[in-house]
Design a protein around this ligand. Sequence first.
Ligand code: PEP
Length: 231
Amino acid sequence: MIIASNFKTNHNRQSTKEFVNFINSQNYFSEVRVYPPFTALGHFELTPNIRIGAQNFYPAQNGSFTGEIGFDQLEEFEVESVLIGHSERRHIFGETQESICKKYDFAKGKESEIIYCVGEPKEIREQGIEAVMSYIWEQFDGIDIDYDELVVAYEPVWAIGTGLSASLEDIKEVLDRLRMRIKSPLLYGGSVKVETTKDILSIENCGGILVGTASWSVENFSKMIEISDNI
Ligand code: PEP
């Protein structure tokens, strides 16, 4: 199981250090991922099942891209995992499928783990599962789904940061359909809480969770990992 925490624009260097060191000291055996803000990346001594990742990057090793972070900067901190296609990048920052593919291909060329996020907005969900799946499959246009280091996160846009999680049935239906074409681990993300972690992780084809809000407290995130360890 992969239990991942997306800090978004939360935590600073000190609180990230405390968070990561605490998780590392617990001897969990689930696969744990933490995506802090760039400014809180650092040199952490971690057990192999824990990885620090980047929420974003510019698809270049280095160069003249004012304000951006390339792979030279990520490699300095041994970043081994990146998020691509997160709905906040797609919808708030207007990332197109074309720009997402450039990032994907770049990270793939670097053999980085990629958590690739897909998910439908509310108006598509209201049209039913066929509309949802055709929307989601379009988000795989140009994406190499056979990449060995790919992890897919199903994250309905309307469930992210809203407190409204998708139902267990809806999650299962989408993950089952993704599984027909995708062999990589499949995660669910969207207002996961400690109380809902066990049921979500128990869904067939669910290989873990990507968590924002509820994971920013190390106590909550630890409880989620413990639940995963016990499944
Ligand atoms: C996310 O940022 O990927 C996410 C799922 O956020 P939240 O848990 O806050 O919905």
